[in-house]
Design a binder for this molecule. Structure first.
Ligand code: C5P
Length: 250
């Protein structure tokens, strides 16, 4: 049977350094990590910076092959976003997020800088993912910012722009997977939050999907937070979610 690589990225949504380090060790250490990757976000990075990343997610744990998603959602003029990328490539993130609404030139500058810095530090080039329309914005919110398109059309427009600018993928909600997969092609990374395993609490995710549904629709990676880190046994929870997503060797 062909083995599917583990698509699950655990959102480590805490600013408590030792809690983050413990969770990461629990789910990512060992010869068979329970997750495909770890997501650290803006809050963690603003609080602890690169030293915090190195502490909570040290090289021996990285060496298990677990990915690192640095979810910074950068958005500024091209030169400044390139500077942001320059500052973090040494940490060898697998994925970094930038806002697609920052425009073509901003995205192109980020891609170019990611390539240059990866060569300098001799690390794989981080894959850049575009944030399209935040799911906290509805049609009226977009309208208030001068965007008259409906949110799903705007998501598609920004994802296509991101791909044209050289980005490797996009963040999208489960309900956008099918359209983005169709318009952005088979190799475009679709990183999808809003995932809930069968029978778990939805928390504040209003339109969640199961891991299996999301993967079947064409998701590349799934971001899962609370169902893993709030579980009594986070490692067992992550393994069960990976199995639900079709991974058969966790
Ligand atoms: O705990 P939960 O599984 O809901 O965590 C999902 C992660 O994905 C969190 O880090 C959250 O910020 C992020 N996210 C999301 N929905 C979006 C965008 C990001 O849940 N639309």
């Amino acid at each position: 049977m062909r083995t599917r690589s583990n698509p699950i990225y655990c959102a480590v949504d805490t600013v408590d350094l030792s809690e983050a380090a413990k969770l990461i060790r629990t789910i990512a250490e060992g010869s068979r990590p329970a997750v495909g990757g770890i997501k650290l976000g803006l809050e963690f990075f603003l609080a602890h910076g690169a030293p915090g990343v190195r502490y909570a997610f040290p090289a021996p744990v990285r060496a298990t092959g677990v990915g690192f998603f640095l979810d910074l959602k950068l958005h500024d003029i091209p030169n400044t976003v390139a500077g942001g990328i320059r500052a973090v490539v040494e940490l060898a993130p697998t994925f970094i997020t930038i806002h697609a609404s920052g425009g073509r030139e901003m995205m192109k500058a980020a891609v170019e800088e990611a390539g240059a810095q990866a060569a300098k530090y001799n690390v794989p080039r981080p894959k850049l993912l575009g944030v399209t329309v935040l799911t906290s914005l509805d049609r009226a919110d977009l309208e208030a910012t001068g965007v008259s398109a409906n949110p799903s059309d705007q998501v598609l427009r920004l994802a296509v722009l991101a791909r044209e600018a050289g980005l490797d993928g996009a963040i999208c909600s489960p309900h956008e997977i099918a359209a983005l997969r169709k318009h952005c092609g088979p190799d475009f990374v679709l990183m999808v939050p809003g995932i809930r395993p069968v029978g778990s609490a939805a928390n504040d995710q209003k339109r969640a999907m199961t891991p299996r549904q999301a993967v079947d629709l064409g998701a590349t990676n799934l971001v899962v937070g609370r169902p893993i880190y709030q579980a009594a046994d986070p490692r067992a929870a992550a393994e069960a979610i990976a199995r639900e997503a079709g991974v058969n060797d966790v």
